[in-house]
Design a protein around this ligand. Structure first.
Ligand code: ADP
Ligand code: MG
Length: 698
């Protein structure tokens, strides 16, 4: 567009990185975005002439590359009703800014008051351009009540970002007032299109926009310019990664695996890794490589990778950082396609380590191989009996949870305990992710049919746009639960010193996760609590839940939690009420929550559920059961036919009945300590199920 190019070059010639109000408004108008317009006057006469033309009342504003906040310095004169007041305002403005470089005075229509909004665009190093929307004035200044979405946005994104702000009820209307939400959505869509079309736009500030019963008008506008570097765009889209589109399947299911640095000395990490592979009877051929030993843990060892005659699919490297380049190149020459570098001492420690990482990447690109890490804890695949963890782990049952974790020790230290209540299909640690990153892993976990639920522990994301696109595809097939740390400034510092990565702005991450359909976990407990429910129980088909409890108060707590998380107690039909009456003691009222009193027992629960599955409004169950009787429930629950309706167990004081909790969990019943936690899991499943059906039908 000619005007656009002219404006940019004009701004650049003047050394400006932003467009002034009249220029910004002109561009917006050309995109079909309504503004009060602005014509430039360089004399009082011109100001009057323009005012006569556009009609009174008018507004005069100072136009100066040196003035950002015009009204602070007396540069905005509102509601000028005639030529005399325009002349006076003109004189006042020029006087107030006589020391500044003033381009002129903007003359524009005076807009009638409406609901004040702020609409903006800014650029994030990870995700690229992001759109912001909120209510203006104190809502934005004090309450910071705004929402974000990564651009470009879909209509659904726009809808969600509007509904997400705290002040949404003001938009929806109260006491007969209403605003034009259709016009608002149209404006946001046009802004998105504009920024996508003109990547030179670094930031936009429309503050305020007045929203009316019909239409809206932008009264102040400022656009900041900066052409993004190609390298910046590549980072966001993920073009910079060395890898191609080839599947990572061989990495996760290698037929042969070398362990370079496998050790015969207990206590060394190279001992742990090899011992894990041996103990779990790795489902392929194993080749320990060690320069000093003829055998490692009883297995014939090789002094170098080149000594192995057979083809090797993948190699774990666990030698000092300074030796990795040499070892890595040996692997490349041998034709190994996947390397897992578990050694530490790379980018997380400083420049020297960073240089080694860079050289590793060059080698990988030259030989067409890919690598995980460095500074990770390898891959765990119980379906392939492949445990590369640096922490020794007991028996692992193959399951359906996929876990991607940035930090190696996090996984190594946690799986030992988690395996009692969670069954993993794959655990992939990514460490410094010099090559294979979280999105590559996520893409693969999306394809692997053993995996039904994905959990991710992230400290940052490498290529934001590619992450959103990939995650959107995966979440359409299976739930993805993400715990992202580094939310606070303090957390961020800890992150950079830990894995040499910088955490991005948390609000943008939040927006990106929402846009991708990701379920964001508040903490570790929450993530694994959700994973247990999603991995063990079917999704509920509706919002009605039957709560069965041994105590009225637990039942009430569950009912409250349900209604606060978009679910509700199911309506029990008369036939079901009749059946429940025959099961329950005569002295209790028959209702939902079903209060069995402290006489509650396993057979009774079975009978209630068998009645409940017949009730059409009941799509799920929450059972609050006694910790001291847990073993009896563990025997009976597996015998019940739930007809595809999920059940979530709540066992207050469950931490003192862990043996039975583990039995229940292993037979497929997730157990939580409180009704609130149980509902948090169930409602997340309900939301996911609804979002999926919306995506399918909408
Ligand atoms: P600033 O650079 O200080 O943000 P603005 O252009 O936003 O200057 O003007 C300050 C305030 O004046 C706005 O928040 C709005 O309330 C009011 N205002 C500005 N322009 C107009 C207009 N054309 N019609 C009605 N009110 C306006
Ligand atoms: Mg303003």
């Amino acid at each position: 567009m000619k005007v656009w190019d002219e404006m940019i070059s004009c701004a650049l010639v003047e050394g400006r990185t932003y467009l002034m109000e009249h220029e910004s408004k002109e561009l917006l108008e050309r995109q079909g975005i309504a503004t009060t317009g602005a014509a430039v006057a360089c004399t009082a006469e011109e100001a009057v002439e323009i005012s006569n033309r556009i009609g009174y009342p008018v507004v005069l504003k100072v136009l100066s590359p040196e003035v950002i906040h015009k009204s602070d310095a007396g540069g905005v004169k509102l509601n000028l009703k005639n030529a005399a007041s325009v002349e006076q305002a003109y004189a006042e403005i020029t006087h107030a800014f006589q020391d500044k470089n003033v381009t002129g005075v903007a003359v524009q229509r005076m807009a009638s008051p409406g609901l004040e909004l702020i609409v903006g665009v800014s650029r994030d190093p990870t995700f690229g351009s992001v759109l912001m929307f909120g209510l203006g004035g104190v809502f934005v200044e004090v309450l910071k009540d705004v929402s974000f979405r990564v651009l470009p946005v879909t209509d659904a994104d726009i809808e969600e970002m509007i509904m997400e702000i705290q002040g949404y009820p003001l938009l929806r209307g109260y006491r007969g007032t209403a605003v034009d939400l259709g016009a608002l959505k149209d404006m946001l869509r046009r802004i998105s299109e504009m920024v996508t079309r003109y990547p030179e736009i670094r930031e936009i500030d429309l503050n305020p926009v007045f929203l009316y019963e019909e239409g809206y008008i932008a009264v102040d506008a400022r656009i900041f310019l900066e052409r993004p570097e190609k390298s910046e765009l590549d980072v966001i889209s993920g073009e910079h990664s060395t890898g191609g589109k080839s599947s990572l399947r061989t990495l996760f299911y290698p037929e042969s695996l070398a362990v370079i640095g496998a050790s015969d000395k207990p206590g060394k990490l190279g001992w742990n890794v090899f011992n894990n592979l041996l103990q779990h009877r790795f489902a392929g051929r194993l080749y320990p490589v060690n320069v000093n030993s003829k055998t490692v843990q009883g297995v014939r060892a090789y002094s170098s990778i080149s000594e192995i005659d057979d083809p090797v699919d993948a190699a774990v490297i666990i030698v000092p950082a300074a030796l990795t380049l040499e070892v890595f190149e040996d692997c490349c020459r041998k034709g190994i396609k996947f390397m897992i570098i578990e050694s530490a001492g790379f980018a997380e420690t400083g420049e020297e380590g960073e240089n080694i990482e860079r050289d590793l990447k060059k080698l990988a690109a030259a030989y067409g191989c890919r690598f995980v890490g460095p500074n990770c804890s390898g891959i765990i695949n119980p379906h392939h009996r492949m445990i590369q963890s640096i922490g020794t782990i007991g028996e692992l049952r193959p399951g359906n949870i996929g876990l991607i974790a940035q930090a190696g020790v996090y996984v190594a230290g946690m799986i030992w305990g988690m395996r009692h209540t969670m069954d993993f299909a794959l655990v992939a640690t990514i460490g410094n992710k010099a090559d294979i990153n979280e999105t590559d892993m996520l893409e693969y976990l999306g394809e692997d049919d053993n995996i039904e639920v994905v959990c991710m522990y992230l400290e940052d994301v490498k290529a934001g746009r590619r992450f959103i696109d990939t995650a959107s595809e995966v979440t359409a097939k299976k739930p993805v639960i993400v715990l992202k740390s580094g939310r606070t400034e303090a957390g961020k510092k800890a992150v950079s010193s830990h894995t040499a990565s910088l955490a991005g702005n948390d609000l943008i991450y939040d927006a990106a996760f929402r846009q991708s359909g990701i379920i964001r976990a508040a903490d570790n407990e929450h993530m694994f609590g959700l994973a247990r429910a999603f991995s063990k129980q079917p999704l509920p088909s509706g919002e009605g839940a039957m709560v069965i409890s041994y105590s009225g108060s637990w039942g009430v707590a569950a009912a409250d939690a349900l209604s606060m998380s978009g679910m509700r107690l199911s309506d029990i039909d008369d036939a079901t009420l009749g059946r429940l009456g025959a099961i329950l003691p005569p002295y209790v009222g028959i209702n939902n929550p079903v209060d069995c009193t402290f006489e509650m027992n396993a057979l009774q629960l079975k009978a209630i559920i068998e009645a409940g599955v017949e009730c059409s409004d009941t799509s799920s169950f929450i059972a609050v059961i006694q910790a001291e009787l847990l073993h009896t429930y563990a025997e009976v629950l597996p015998e019940i036919d739930f007809r595809g309706k999920p059940i979530i167990c709540c066992v207050p004081c469950k931490e003192f009945a862990m043996d039975n909790v583990i039995t229940l969990e292993q037979t497929g019943f997730p157990v939580y300590s409180t009704p609130e936690e149980a509902v948090a899991a169930l409602s997340a499943m309900h939301r996911y199920a609804s979002a999926i059906s919306c995506r399918i039908t909408g």
